[in-house]
Design a protein around this ligand. Structure first.
Ligand SMILES: Nc1nc2c(c(=O)[nH]1)N(C=O)[C@@H](CNc1ccc(C(=O)N[C@@H](CCC(=O)O)C(=O)O)cc1)CN2
Ligand SMILES: Nc1nc2c(ncn2[C@@H]2O[C@H](COP(=O)(O)OP(=O)(O)OP(=O)(O)O)[C@@H](O)[C@H]2O)c(=O)[nH]1
Ligand SMILES: [Mg+2]
Length: 461
């Protein structure tokens, strides 16, 4: 996609509802000719004259030959009172793949262009209705899989992050003004006293930025979910564990060691925590090339795991393959799952002493609540669901990066004061911090970054 400029003349069209059957399907138009296109094909059943903005009208949509396509409801939202701040029309037709497709085709034939992914929201951004953090929140909200993630997105959509950034920008601008005053009025360095108070302000801002930067860890988890890897030698019950946590027979379970080959990934929410569970092939030495590939895949997942559930058969003593599995995850956060508790248990092996342990029976569904609690406890830094509505939490790596760069600039600014550098030099660092902070809300974001953000959207948003 190419970022269009604010004077984009195309009128765009796209289905706003997902493909497939539904109660109603919505087709949306935005641009200079949206109203003209609608009025060419829509006959309201009772209204006469010009349709009023933001009123929903009943009527019939007719194709270019005058044949009725569908009985619909339609609305015009004249600029700037619309999502994109351009003229927007919506046609609420019957929900069905074919009918929605026909309505879209009608407007394409009339001269509208198919909207690119995220293009409605892009226009809302380019036309100044929302800043970039709100645009990003729109897609986060659509994609959110947990209450926590959606609360964070709603807060961001309401401007929580944008307000914080605006606040930081204001302070930076004040700081810059003071430094520039020093440039104008003095040949020398900034006065010692002034330099002290400027340094203090910079320090305060740095710590505000640090708080935001630190919230990212939690935001990332809320948005993407934690990666939980199920690891262990063959036949200990890894797939049984996956199935019992999912509550369905997702993975094949047999008593033959080496049953699972491919990694099996499933997203779910446990105890309010969104997570991705990955079941893997049992770790062991094997001559079978297919199983060996499975083991390689299992090992390749270890690096990216936030937590490893190391499954062992609690009713048997550890063997060499168990030791291989233990060794494979020695650098990771591990929770030992002693499975098959229904078969009785041996004393807990010493070599696992350093790990937290939970006893379960995947077969009988025993101990699962305890397991879920232990997993939740491991991710203690996540906020409460309700708290997320009021607290600003970063979920974009892009935001974190920009804030880190801004904080580093402020650090150099402070250093330059201590070293008694010329105010011109110090001013450059504040300017740099301003640019970085502006990237977050979109004031100074490069086009290729905007491109990347909006192409992640779905069609019709
Ligand atoms: N039918 C429908 N439902 C929808 C949307 C939509 O576009 N159409 N939305 C989007 O996809 C979301 C709602 N978001 C919206 C945000 C702003 C405006 C809007 O027109 N804002 C004007 C002021 C409106 C007024 O004063 O009445 C503005 O900000 O200037 C519309 C929808 C979710 N539901
Ligand atoms: N008694 C008992 N048997 C279990 C339990 N969990 C799993 N099993 C049995 O152990 C065998 C192996 O289970 P799987 O879930 O396939 O084991 P796995 O670790 O995925 O095995 P691979 O895919 O070969 O690595 C099956 O016969 C299961 O029914 C349990 O808690 N108690
Ligand atoms: Mg398995």
């Amino acid at each position: 996609m190419h970022i269009v400029n604010v004077f984009e003349k195309d009128t765009i069209v796209a289905p706003a509802t997902p493909p497939g059957e539904g109660g109603i399907g919505i087709v949306r138009l935005s641009g200079l000719k949206a109203e003209e296109f609608l009025c060419d094909y829509f006959s309201p059943s009772s209204a006469t004259g010009r349709l009023e903005s933001n009123y929903l009208y009943h009527g019939f949509l007719k194709d270019h030959r005058g044949h009725v396509l569908d009985e619909v409801m339609a609305v015009i939202m004249r600029q700037p009172r619309s999502y994109t701040r351009e003229d927007v029309c919506e046609i609420h037709c019957h929900g069905g793949g074919l009918i929605v497709r026909r309505v879209v085709d009608l407007f394409l034939r009339a001269g509208a262009r198919m909207a690119r992914p995220g293009e409605f929201t892009l226009r809302a951004f380019l036309n100044g209705r929302i800043d970039l953090t709100r645009a990003e929140a729109v897609i986060d909200l659509i994609r959110s899989r947990s209450e926590l993630a959606s609360n964070i997105a709603i807060n961001q959509l309401n401007g929580g992050l944008a307000d914080k950034i605006a606040f930081l920008r204001e302070k930076l601008i004040l700081l810059l003004a003071e430094v520039e005053a020093a440039i104008d009025f003095s040949e020398e360095d900034i006065e010692i006293e002034g330099s002290c108070s400027l340094g203090k302000t910079a320090g305060q801002m740095m710590s505000e930025m640090d708080d935001l930067i630190q919230s990212f860890e939690c935001g990332r988890i809320a948005k993407e979910g934690v990666n939980i890897l199920i690891l262990g030698r063959p036949n200990v019950g890894k797939s049984s564990l996956l199935n019992s946590l999912l509550g369905e027979a997702r993975a094949i379970v047999t008593d033959i060691p080496g049953t699972t080959r491919d990694t099996i990934e499933e997203d779910l929410v446990l105890g309010g925590l969104p997570l991705r569970l990955v079941d893997t092939a049992g770790i062991r030495h094997t001559e079978d090339p297919v199983e060996a590939e499975g083991v390689r895949r299992a090992r390749s997942k270890i690096e990216g795991a936030d937590l490893v559930l190391l499954v062992v058969d609690g009713s048997m003593s550890l063997d060499n393959d168990d030791l291989l599995a233990i060794d494979a995850c020695r650098h990771k956060d591990v929770l030992v799952v002693l499975n098959k508790a229904d078969l009785g248990s041996l004393p807990f092996p010493d070599c696992l002493g350093q790990f937290p342990v939970v006893k379960i029976s995947a077969l009988q569904g025993l101990g699962l609540t305890d397991l879920v609690d232990k997993i939740s406890q491991h991710f203690t830094f996540r906020p409460e669901v309700s708290e997320a509505r009021e607290t600003v939490i970063l979920t974009e790596f892009r935001h974190k990066q920009a804030l880190m760069a801004a904080r580093d600039s402020l650090g150099r600014f402070r250093e330059s004061l201590v070293q008694g550098m010329s105010p011109e030099f110090s001013a450059v660092e504040i300017g740099e911090a301003l640019d970085r902070v502006g990237e977050i809300t979109g004031e100074t974001t490069p086009d290729d970054v905007l491109d990347r953000i909006f192409t992640k959207f779905c069609i019709g948003k």
